[in-house]
Ligand binder design. Structure first.
Ligand code: UGA
Length: 434
């Protein structure tokens, strides 16, 4: 089966590469000529573990190609997957202009029956609106079906999440389209992946509700962690015990400086906006956003207390991406913390294994020195902040770190170190909720 994937961002590229690896014939299309040329040369536009290897293998086996010719790619494929960006607009609602442009191309290019699969995260009701929009713009009334098939992949483990998802959600009104979508995911049947076939509206809601629930879970444990600090309890013991209750579950109960990235903040805001628009307020989601925003301020206040003021303090920051194994710094709590520290006249020595180039674009100007490695970042500092839990920081030579620092004060916002061990080495150590 021939599949065209429109959009070579995170979701589009991982999906295109994943489906090619499933044995399908895939063309990934993007209007960004530079990006497509780079992909044709085998250069990765994003850092994602395992992606490059599978991509190169599929290109070599002629199952995957890249193009800017949208019309031809639409006409040649039986299934068209829409994975263009839906960035947040000025009003907190997703900006659908890219998806509307794709709808125009679909309306003018389709000459025979097609299954259109929307993967971009879209506001409630969009799938049906797109269906109507394409129909309205079609000069010749060629039949097509449109399906909403949300993606649940996490950056850093995107390939694994695509190849072994917890579930596949198909929001469809058409038996034929449902059959075709099931067919493209056939290898997942072998590993007994649950398939949920529902309406497009419910599928759209599943996507927003999943992300909002996970963001709520993180926010809950962050607040519990803040309280644990006040009473001298270890939040890890609390989270572990909570997680053993099967009704709660252990995942996404790790405290930190707040959730970030391109999905959780945007999707929770979108749900809040949808609630307002449809007169069904999403009060819990609203408060989650407020608490999350305040979490980086709580961390900065803790650094301030630990270093007895921030003015002219030299602070090492390890980790800039919003989480490990990605170079993505969108809504990264680490960058929010760095900005606030600089506003308070601290000098930052920052290091990240891959996210320095992206961070430079956001943290340019005075106050931040980007370092070549973690040891340079801790040299002569008044304090060290662990902001992202990269494995390379877990295995850092702590004796060397202590000898390089001016004052051995560590604020570990991700709890990658053991408090007792840190104290034994001679650090003044501040974890998160411990
Ligand atoms: C998230 C979801 O986990 C995916 O299922 C979803 O497909 C994706 O959004 C999306 O909508 O596209 P992602 O943004 O890549 O994936 O990252 P997560 O691993 O979910 O982490 C999000 C944030 O929460 C990070 O800042 C992370 O550090 C934080 N987090 C996560 C915690 O603070 N504690 C935890 O226990 C887990």
């Amino acid at each position: 089966m021939r599949v065209t994937v429109i959009g070579t961002g995170y979701v589009g590229l991982v999906c295109g590469v994943g489906l090619a690896d499933f044995g399908l014939n895939v063309t990934c299309v993007d209007c960004n000529q530079q990006r497509i040329s780079a992909l044709q040369r085998g250069e990765m536009p994003i850092y994602e573990i395992g992606l490059e290897e599978i991509l190169k293998r599929c290109v070599k086996n002629h199952r995957l190609k890249f193009s800017t010719d949208l019309k031809t790619a639409i006409q040649q494929a039986a299934v068209i997957i829409v994975a263009v960006g839906t960035p947040e607009g000025a009003n907190g609602k997703p900006d659908l202009s890219q998806i509307e442009t794709v709808a125009q191309s679909l309306a003018s290019s389709i000459q025979e029956y097609k299954v259109i699969v929307v993967k971009s995260t879209v506001p409630l009701g969009t799938t049906r609106r797109l269906n109507d929009l394409i129909k309205k713009q079609q000069k010749r009334k060629v039949k097509f079906d449109i399906v909403y098939n949300p993606e649940f992949l996490r950056e850093g483990t995107a390939i694994e999440d695509f190849m072994r998802p917890n579930r596949v959600v198909i929001g469809s009104d058409s038996k034929e389209a449902t059959r075709v979508v099931k067919e493209i995911y056939r290898p997942l049947y072998i590993i007994e992946t649950p398939f949920i076939v529902t309406t497009p509206e419910a599928a759209e809601m599943i996507k927003y509700a999943s992300n909002t629930f996970l963001a709520t879970k993180i926010t809950f444990i962050n607040e519990v962690a803040n309280l644990c600090e006040k009473i001298g309890a270890d939040v890890h013991h609390v989270a572990y015990a909570l997680g053993l209750d099967k009704r709660i579950g252990s995942m996404f109960l790790h405290p930190g400086p707040g959730f970030g990235g391109s999905c959780f903040p945007k999707d929770v805001r979108a749900l809040v906006e949808a609630g307002k628009e449809l007169n069904s307020p999403q009060r819990l989601a609203e408060i989650v956003l407020q608490i999350n925003q305040a979490q980086s301020e709580i961390v900065v206040a803790k650094i301030d207390r630990a270093l007895q003021g921030l003015d002219q303090k030299r602070i090492g920051v390890l980790g800039l991406s919003f989480k490990p194994n990605t170079d993505d710094v969108r809504e990264s709590p680490s960058l929010a913390i760095c900005k606030k520290l600089v506003e308070n006249h601290a000098i930052i020595q920052a290091y990240d294994p891959v996210a320095v180039p992206n961070s430079r674009k956001v943290l340019s100007g005075e106050g931040v020195i980007f370092c070549e490695n973690a040891y340079d970042a801790v040299t002569k500092v008044d304090g060290l902040v662990i902001a992202t839990e990269w494995n390379e920081f877990r295995n850092i030579d702590l004796i060397k770190v202590k000898s390089l620092m001016k004052n051995p004060v560590v604020i570990d916002t991700r709890n990658i170190f053991e408090p007792q061990k840190m104290k034994k080495i001679g650090f003044q150590y501040f974890g998160q909720g411990r």
